[in-house]
Design a protein around this ligand. Structure first.
Ligand code: AMP
Length: 305
């Protein structure tokens, strides 16, 4: 490994300060098991900055009881090599004790944006996300930070947190990177059996169906949601939620509401025991773009699905 990998807060903070003395500095927080979606964020970060730090930390407070904290895939050595290939200049991979020192008791809550969608199904999740990202921002200092729109609600929560806490961080969203069949890349796709992976393709089909209905003029929230629900249920996926919400406040529309020029379609569904999430911002979609070709085949990043 030639890329520096920092393990302590003090070392990483010093490296961030040093990087800033030589130009723009960007941060890409991840939980590792890196794929082309993460590497897209790194390349985007590199477009904004001379130095890019990737943080790799499976954050225990992200996970609720019974979720996949212990099983979450980990491959630090492989991840560091991928970071280097994508243009990162350093990695921060702290132990849990560095991020949650003995006796810590502070949590960050972002109200409102976390009421619905994943906030309902995973009650402690966004508190864990906001807390760890606030800590990472505190260590990294002034920077550009890049997050995936694949986790759209998370992106909005972090954007709001940085604004509300007056943190010196410019938060940037990056389009979802997908496999050729349309499935959004996710570290959790590694859990899918071949059969479940096939079933999961109903998720991008559902987004396409709703985008097409919206493009054809459909504006009733309930009708838009039902189109996605039908597609996903017909494939045998167990739906957690399909919600049409305001793309900024993340407040769900009632079924009878007419959405305006923009609306968020967000969904979560289980393929087997694996929970997958995806979204599209109806009205924002400006067409698909092909991502960097990789050894795993053609993948594309697009603006809303
Ligand atoms: P994770 O390691 O899953 O916590 O994700 C780290 C970052 O990568 C988050 O900002 C995610 O939104 C982003 N990300 C994960 N999957 C994708 C994807 N398929 N396309 C774009 N960004 C992604």
């Amino acid at each position: 490994m030639t890329l520096p990998v920092y393990r302590t807060v003090d070392e990483f903070r010093g490296a961030c300060d040093a990087a800033r003395r030589h130009g723009e500095f960007a941060l890409v927080p991840t939980m590792g098991a890196l794929h082309e979606g993460h590497l897209g964020l790194v390349r985007e970060a590199r477009r904004h900055a001379d130095s890019v730090a990737v943080t790799i930390f499976v954050n225990p407070t992200h996970f609720g009881p019974g979720e996949d904290l212990d099983a979450y895939p980990r491959d630090l050595e492989g991840d560091v090599a991928k970071c280097e290939g994508a243009g990162a200049t350093m990695v921060f991979a702290p132990p849990a004790s560095a991020m949650y020192p003995e006796g810590e008791s502070t949590r960050v809550n972002v109200d409102g944006l976390t009421d619905a969608l994943c906030g309902t199904s995973r009650p402690v999740h966004f508190q864990g996300v906001a807390t760890i990202v606030a800590k990472l921002f505190a260590v990294a200092g002034p920077c550009v930070a890049v997050f995936g729109r694949k986790d759209y609600q998370q992106f909005k929560v972090i954007e709001r947190m940085a604004r509300d806490l007056l943190l010196p961080v410019r938060v940037i969203g990056f389009p979802t990177v997908r496999e050729a069949g349309g499935l959004a890349l996710s570290s959790r796709n590694a859990y899918l059996s071949a059969e479940d992976r096939q079933r999961a393709l109903a998720i991008p089909r559902a987004l396409d169906r709703v985008l097409a209905a919206f493009a054809a003029g459909e504006r009733q929230a309930g009708t838009l949601a039902r189109a996605a629900l039908d597609e996903v249920s017909a494939a045998g996926l167990r739906v957690d939620y399909v919600t049409i919400a305001h793309p900024e406040s993340i407040q769900p529309f009632a079924d009878t509401d007419l959405v305006g020029d923009r609306a968020l379609l967000a969904l979560a569904a289980f393929a087997g025991t694996t929970r997958l999430i995806d979204n599209a911002v109806l009205g924002d979609d400006d067409g698909a773009q092909i991502a960097e070709p990789t050894s795993t085949g053609a993948q594309r990043a697009d603006s809303s699905r």
